[in-house]
Design a protein. Structure first.
Length: 368
C-alpha cells in the first residue's frame, strides 16, 4: 500500500491545526490590548494619539515665526532670523557696564573667485592669489585686534566665506553675519560681535527719494540690522554703507539717511530696553546734507563731533583728510555715549588708513 497519500493527509491536518491556533491566539491578543471593543469599532492606540498631537504642535510652531516677524519690524525687507525668547534675567551687578563699538571699511575684501567675469586690473572686482588672500585676511585680523571693539561693523566684504575666514583668523568674537545683497561681485555690510546674535535683518526695501527717477530708490548696500545679547544687555547695531562718490549721487545718499533715520526711530520705540547704535561708511562728511540730516535732529548723536576735523578724519581724498566713516548713538535708546571715548584708529598720526584698507577705523565706548 502506498503510504504517501496518508503522509500528505497527515501534514495537511497538522498545518491546518497550526494556522487555527495562531489565528485564535492573535485575535485574543488584539482583544486584550483593547484594539477592538464589543461593537467592533476600532479604537486609536496611545501612539496614534501622540502622533496627532505632535502634528498639531508642529503646525503651531510653523505659524509662530510669521507672527514674530510681523510684530518685530514693519519695515523688514528680508528678515533672516527671528527674535528668540529672552534669556534668563541676569542680576544687575553681573551685567556689563560698557561696550566698545567700532566701524571699519575693509576695502574691497574679495575672495579668490572671479564672479563678474571682469577681473582685470582696470575692473572693479579683483582676484587675489592664494598668498595675497591669506595676507589680506591676516592684515585685517591684525587691524581688528588694534581696534579692540566688542562689536565691529564692517563694510566692503564680498562673501560670507570671506567674513568667516576673518572671523576665524581674528579670534575674540563669538558670532558674525554678512548682509549679502546677492549681486555678482558686490561688497557688502557685515558685523562681528561678542555675545549672541538674536535677530538679523537686511534692509533692502524701496525707499523714498524725491529727486530720484520714479521718486524711489534703494539702499546702495543692505542697511544691516543686528540684535545682540551681550553680558546681560540688549544691543542693536546697524552697519551702513551709503552710495559712493564715484558717479556721485548726493540725493540718493540723502534718501538713504532719511530712510535709515526712520528705521532707527522705529527700532528705538519697539525696543526701549536696548542700546541702539548705527555706524559705517556714509561717504559724506560733516556739513553735507547727509550728515546734517542726522545732526539736525535731537534724536541722534554723532560721537566724533567732539573731535577736531583733523582728528575725526578717516579717509584721504585727493590729499585732503576727511571724515566719511561715522558712528551715531540713538539718544532715545538706553545707555549713553562715554564722552571723550571716540577715537580714530589709524596706522600713523598723519595717515588716514589702517592696515590694508584705504580707510581708518572709528570706535567709541557706550555705558549702561
Amino acid at each position: 500500500m502506498n503510504k504517501y497519500p496518508f503522509l500528505l493527509m497527515k501534514i495537511f491536518i497538522i498545518t491546518l491545526f497550526s494556522v487555527f491556533v495562531f489565528c485564535a491566539s492573535g485575535c485574543e491578543e488584539k482583544y486584550e490590548k483593547g484594539e477592538k471593543n464589543d461593537d467592533s469599532t476600532v479604537q486609536p492606540d496611545e501612539d496614534s494619539e501622540e502622533t496627532e498631537y505632535d502634528s498639531d504642535r508642529d503646525e503651531i510652531q510653523d505659524e509662530t515665526p510669521a507672527e514674530i516677524q510681523d510684530e518685530t519690524s514693519d519695515m523688514d525687507s528680508e528678515t533672516v532670523d527671528e527674535v528668540p525668547d529672552e534669556d534668563d534675567e541676569i542680576p544687575e551687578e553681573e551685567k556689563i557696564k560698557s561696550v566698545i563699538i567700532g566701524t571699519y571699511n575693509t576695502h574691497l575684501f574679495f575672495d579668490k573667485v572671479c564672479d563678474s567675469g571682469n577681473c582685470t586690473s582696470s575692473d572693479f572686482e579683483s582676484v587675489p592669489s592664494d598668498s595675497e588672500y591669506k595676507t589680506k585676511v591676516g592684515d585685517l585680523a591684525d587691524s581688528l585686534h588694534e581696534i579692540g571693539a566688542d562689536i565691529i561693523l564692517l563694510q566692503e566684504v564680498e562673501k560670507e566665506s570671506c567674513l568667516k575666514d576673518l572671523f576665524e583668523k581674528s579670534g575674540g568674537y563669538d558670532e558674525y553675519y554678512l548682509g549679502e545683497k546677492g549681486s555678482l561681485a558686490s561688497v557688502d555690510t557685515g558685523v562681528m560681535t561678542k555675545g549672541v546674535i538674536t535677530y538679523k535683518n537686511k534692509h533692502t526695501e524701496s525707499i523714498e527719494c524725491e529727486e530720484c527717477e520714479g521718486g524711489k530708490t534703494t539702499f546702495s548696500r543692505a542697511f544691516l540690522e543686528i540684535h545682540i545679547k551681550l553680558g546681560g544687555r540688549e544691543i542693536i547695531v546697524f552697519s551702513a554703507h551709503f552710495k559712493s562718490k564715484a558717479d556721485d549721487d548726493a540725493p540718493r545718499r540723502l534718501a538713504e539717511a532719511a530712510a535709515a533715520a526712520k528705521i532707527l526711530k522705529k527700532t528705538a520705540e519697539k525696543y526701549p530696553n536696548a542700546l541702539i547704535v548705527m555706524g559705517g561708511d556714509l561717504n559724506d562728511e560733516p556739513g553735507s546734507d547727509t550728515l546734517e540730516f542726522f545732526e539736525s535732529e535731537p534724536t541722534f548723536l554723532r560721537v566724533a563731533d567732539e573731535l577736531s576735523s583733523k582728528d575725526q578724519a578717516t579717509y584721504s581724498y585727493r590729499g585732503e583728510a576727511i571724515a566719511i566713516d561715522h558712528i551715531f548713538w540713538v539718544k532715545s535708546s538706553i545707555g549713553s555715549y562715554k564722552t571723550g571715548s571716540a577715537e580714530v584708529v589709524k596706522d600713523a598720526p598723519s595717515w588716514y588708513s589702517l592696515g590694508s584698507s584705504d580707510h581708518a577705523a572709528l570706535k567709541a565706548t557706550f555705558e549702561f
